[in-house]
Design a protein around this ligand. Structure first.
Ligand SMILES: Cc1ncc(COP(=O)(O)O)c(CNc2cccc(C(=O)O)c2)c1O
Length: 457
């Protein structure tokens, strides 16, 4: 089976044998999946030869863009030298040492230690066990509750899916696991009512203090949050939110976990989202941009204090592929490119300011109520009526139509309900941003016409 088979044959085999994530597979089998065959820069090519502008960087992850052969070369070399060995039982190898040291150098503050995993979900599972073990080692075993937010996304394993706050996921498979507590999210557009955004941000942050007092400080181990919520719809918290969260974390003895799976490695205009939001985490979850998606790898970046407590005895946790040598070598090459080509500076000084200007101008479209963006992750809220923030009667239909119109215009944007999302490769140029915006505008116009035709406006 190769890319050269006719599309229909590939689709039939895919439908017969491949279960897709987060998909109604029977429905997809009828339609046939889109076969992506190649990619270069910010552009995908599908089996029908369509050249598609990937404004989602795969799944928020291809930060350096597609087609960087340097990573393939490094992977091949490492595979020949040492394709695999584990880091259990007192062994290690150069790629994982070099990667851990490089991450420690790039990470802020005293986040100098890395526990590796194969994905962001696995890294957040590590975090659940690590923070609970940390407090047990400090003689406070009742501190086992982790507080998270509704509509957060932290992964799809049993533990990380429980940390997340997505009701549709919790409804399948009996989530959340015990001792995970969710508070309301800082989503002013959908939930702020008539409140001033800054007042709303404080109120939602104080939900954390309320939860700690309700549960009892002796029960609470940690708080986990994305600096900017990604899969929940690129929800940018009011400026008042994070300083208040940090104050509360400092006031009570709870650890702060910043989930940087999306926000990390340049996405928000700094190396990490916690730097953009001005917070000091004890642990950062990383994956995605760590390798630009070229190889599966994730991890937990851990402070000196937490690492010292965990390291005092044996921490009975780990994965076969923790620190996989090929994935580590690829990730290191990815970080070398990010650093040596000044891609984070390109985001801060060129791409993000230009994208912000063009993205926020979309509010001149009749369908667009709100446009928010931090660095290279942005969202717009599609609304039936520009004057109110009232949602569509049929939630998600406008978003779905708009996503279809994007594909029809050779553009990938994600939809979360009736919010449209972008998270393009960080290497995107102003000229490519103009292409992105013009295709997005066309898709919005066609979506608007379709909604009018269906009398949904
Ligand atoms: C903040 C955050 N934390 C953890 C994970 C889990 O990482 P893994 O997938 O590597 O286990 C994620 C992943 N984020 C993610 C994954 C898949 C789809 C989408 C989407 O927006 O459609 C988002 C994420 O966005």
């Amino acid at each position: 089976i190769t890319n050269h088979l006719p599309t229909a044959e590939l689709q039939a085999l895919d439908a017969a044998h491949h279960m897709h994530p987060f998909t109604a597979n029977a429905e997809l089998a009828d339609k046939g999946a889109r076969v992506i065959t190649r990619a270069s820069g910010i552009t995908l090519t599908d089996s029908e030869g369509n050249e598609i502008l990937d404004a989602m960087a795969g799944l928020w992850c291809v930060n350096i863009g597609y087609g960087r052969d340097e990573l393939a070369d490094v992977a091949a070399r490492q595979m020949r030298e040492l394709p695999y060995y584990n880091t259990f039982f007192m062994t290690t190898h150069a790629p994982v040492i070099a990667l851990a040291a490089k991450i420690a150098e790039l990470a802020p503050g005293d986040l100098n230690h890395v526990f590796f995993a194969g994905s962001g979900s696995e890294a957040n599972d590590t975090n659940i066990r690590m923070v609970r073990h940390y407090w047990a080692e400090k003689g406070k075993p009742t501190k086992s509750v982790i507080i998270s937010r509704n509509n957060a996304y932290h992964g799809s394993s049993v533990g990380s899916g429980s940390l997340g706050g997505m009701s549709g996921m919790h409804a399948q498979g009996g989530l959340p696991i015990p001792d995970i507590h969710h508070i309301e999210q800082p989503h002013w557009w959908a939930e702020g009512g008539d409140m001033d955004p800054e007042e709303f941000g404080l109120l939602r942050a104080q939900e954390l203090e309320k939860a700690i007092l309700e549960l009892g400080e002796e029960r609470v181990a940690a708080f986990i949050a994305e600096p900017v919520q990604g899969a929940g719809g690129v929800i940018v918290p009011p400026a008042s939110y994070w300083p208040e969260i940090q104050r509360i974390c400092d006031k009570y003895e709870i650890l702060l976990i910043a989930d940087e799976v999306i926000c990390g490695f340049g996405r928000t205009g700094n190396w990490f989202g916690c730097q953009t939001m001005g917070i000091r985490p004890d642990i950062m979850t990383i994956a995605k941009g760590l390798s630009s998606g070229y190889a599966p790898i994730g991890g937990s970046v851990v402070s000196d204090d937490v690492a010292a407590v965990i390291g005092a005895g044996e921490f009975n946790h780990g994965y076969t592929y923790s620190g996989h040598p090929v994935a580590a070598a690829v990730a290191l090459e990815n970080l070398r490119i990010l650093e040596e080509e000044g891609i984070v500076d390109h985001v801060r000084d060129v791409a993000a300011p230009y994208l912000k200007e063009k993205w926020e101008a979309l509010t001149d479209h009749p369908l667009v109520g709100e446009a928010k963006i931090v660095g290279m992750m942005g969202s717009i809220a599609l609304v039936p009526n520009k004057d109110s923030r009232a949602p569509f009667a049929e939630a998600g239909t406008a978003g779905f139509i708009c996503r279809e119109r994007c594909f029809a215009n050779n553009l990938v944007m994600r939809h979360v309900g009736d919010r449209m999302i972008i998270s393009p490769p960080l290497v995107i140029t102003p000229a490519e941003i103009d292409m992105l915006i013009s295709r997005a505008r066309k898709a919005l116009d066609e979506c608007y016409a379709e909604l009018q035709k269906r009398d949904l406006l």
